[in-house]
Design a protein around this ligand. Structure first.
Ligand SMILES: NC(=O)c1ccc[n+]([C@@H]2O[C@H](COP(=O)([O-])OP(=O)(O)OC[C@H]3O[C@@H](n4cnc5c(N)ncnc54)[C@H](OP(=O)(O)O)[C@@H]3O)[C@@H](O)[C@H]2O)c1
Length: 159
């Protein structure tokens, strides 16, 4: 069981715009689906609103300090990153932290591995970014090309 961050990042560290992804790459969505299926995914309320439904074949964990959401079979609603981390100890699968940037920040001390899709764009009018140093303390251990001209890199925490 590992806590893994998964993110698609533009050249200027942008990840979001107007509550949505600033791009559409079907190869990256397919890669995300293949990687996270059968595991748990943790997301913040804004990302939950943007996705709009529990993603199938994964345990969807949504964090909010105040909001309420309707129940669904593969959906758990928690109040803090601590509650999610406590739960992760009882899960027989990896926990993927899927964003957005507020949620990544809350889990930054706990993420052991990052899977990063490098998006070959500068998104000038984005409103949500990764911190420039989010991979500080991590080493790239793997890189592969997927369709749509995208590269995915895997980073592991330096122990
Ligand atoms: N490129 C990518 O890979 C990627 C991935 C994911 C999202 N995104 C984009 O990022 C944007 C959304 O990111 P965001 O930073 O605005 O929001 P977010 O992280 O999705 O959601 C933030 C909200 O989640 C709740 N939350 C976060 N951490 C919490 C914690 N530790 N405990 C309790 N609640 C917590 C809070 O909700 P309450 O205010 O209700 O308490 C907080 O206001 C969108 O544009 C989305 O499309 C991009």
């Amino acid at each position: 069981m590992a806590i893994i961050g998964i993110v698609a990042v533009a050249k200027n560290n942008a990840i979001g715009k107007g509550g949505k992804l600033p791009w559409h790459y079907s190869a990256d969505l397919k890669f995300f689906k293949q990687t996270t299926t059968g595991n748990s995914i943790v997301m913040g309320m804004n990302t939950w609103r943007s996705i709009g439904r529990p993603l199938p074949n994964r345990l969807n964990i949504v964090l909010s300090r105040s909001a309420q959401i309707d129940q669904a079979e593969n959906l758990i609603f928690l109040r803090s990153e601590k509650e999610a981390l406590d739960l992760s100890r009882y899960l027989n699968c990896d926990m993927y932290v899927i964003g957005g940037s507020k949620t990544f920040a809350e889990f930054s001390d706990y993420i052991q591995k990052w899977i990063v899709t490098e998006v070959p764009l500068d998104v000038a009018d984005a409103d949500t970014f990764m911190p420039a140093d989010f991979l500080h303390g991590f080493n790239r251990v793997e890189a592969s090309d997927i369709d749509d001209g995208l590269r995915v890199s895997v980073y592991e925490k330096v122990s």
